[in-house]
Design a protein around this ligand. Structure first.
Ligand code: F0G
Length: 326
């Protein structure tokens, strides 16, 4: 059957009613890919949950379909979010789909160009806040509390509900439980969502939440968040899962980013490689079955790709000249 909306596939596990108007762009049902070269180099059994395949190119769409559907059901007039870029693109797309205005607050100068282009093209009211993501989030929360806008950051519990479906998909696709799930840790909403999904299925693997060592200035701009909104919840969830926070350098993140692209054919944005980067620091038993969540598409941040790889050589349209360079 053609792509069934995530909200329909998992209707019995989501807080939806017969009256909820489902706002969908065909999210979820993303590939779980084996990673043979990473597996060999790490001595682990590595799988990649490729969330860049979602409609706006990140995992946020899983949460946004539920959050915007519920906002519409509850009579919202507009939605608001603060974002390092992906939540913004997703909110803009689902709001457009729902016929609602979206107000997006982004830290000025800190959002990758692909995400800016998306939010603009999708018609969001985009404001660049002179400040950090955390400051933008504080303002978004304040404005939402005034009742004019529904907050669609992951502090909105419907976002977590939608995002937990990725855990359910992994269990189905793997036909069992992974030993370990590793994923990037920014604000922590997604870590909480996976734990919720696995716990509700009664099958909680060890979770590794991988953060950048310089949180407030990492090259992985999606997770440039100094003060994670879900920190306390993440700590409790990791304890239940016998997991932990793993802290990695930007260099390790970018090495993993390159390996994903050049060894496995997965072009993601830098932050999305954090889960893979964390494996080298996690002291896992050889052969451990690990799922790394690869959270967003590489085209989100084309500048990173251009900055981090050698430029092409210029050549005349001459076969001998080209053969000499190949
Ligand atoms: N990976 C990507 C590509 C992200 O965009 C984010 C968060 C994360 C990982 C971390 O997820 O915050 O739930 O721990 N992006 C948010 C945004 C902050 O505004 O798009 P988290």
């Amino acid at each position: 059957m053609a792509n069934t909306p995530l909200a329909e596939r998992y209707r019995d596990r989501l807080p939806l009613t017969a009256a909820t108007p489902i706002v969908t762009l065909g999210e979820g049902d993303t590939p779980l890919l084996p990673a043979p070269r990473l597996s060999a180099s790490l001595g682990l059994e590595v799988w990649l949950k490729w969330e860049g395949q979602n409609p706006t190119g990140s995992f946020k769409d899983r949460g946004m379909t539920v959050a915007v559907s519920k906002a519409l059901e509850e009579g919202a007039q507009a939605v608001i979010c603060a974002s390092t870029g992906n939540t913004a693109a997703s909110a803009a797309a689902y709001a457009a789909r729902a016929g609602l205005p979206a107000l997006v607050l982004q830290p000025a100068g800190a959002v990758a160009i692909g995400k800016l282009a998306q939010a603009r093209a999708l018609g969001a009211r985009l404001l660049e806040v002179r400040g950090s993501f955390d400051e933008a989030l504080a303002v978004a929360r304040e404005l939402a509390s005034r009742g004019t806008h529904v907050l669609v950051n992951s502090l909105n519990p419907y976002r977590i509900e939608g995002q937990k479906t990725a855990a359910l998909e992994i269990l189905e696709q793997l036909g069992g439980q992974p030993h370990v799930v590793a994923l990037p840790y920014g604000g922590g909403g997604n870590t909480c969502a996976y734990v919720k999904g696995f716990e509700e299925a009664g099958r909680l693997p060890r979770m590794l939440a991988v953060e950048a060592s310089n949180r407030d200035n990492t090259a992985a701009s999606a997770i440039r968040i100094a003060d994670p909104a879900h920190a306390a919840e993440v700590a409790a969830a990791l304890e239940r899962s016998r997991g932990r926070v793993v802290t990695v350098s930007d260099e390790a993140i970018l090495d993993a980013w390159r390996a994903l692209a050049q060894e496995e054919g997965i072009f993601c944005e830098p932050a999305s490689a954090a889960g893979v980067a964390g494996l080298a620091h996690a002291e896992l038993e050889p052969g451990t079955r690990v799922v790394c969540v690869v959270t967003g598409h590489g085209l989100k941040d084309p500048e990173a790709a251009v900055r981090l790889t050698p430029p092409p050589l210029a050549v005349d349209p001459d076969p001998d000249a080209i053969a000499a360079l190949a």
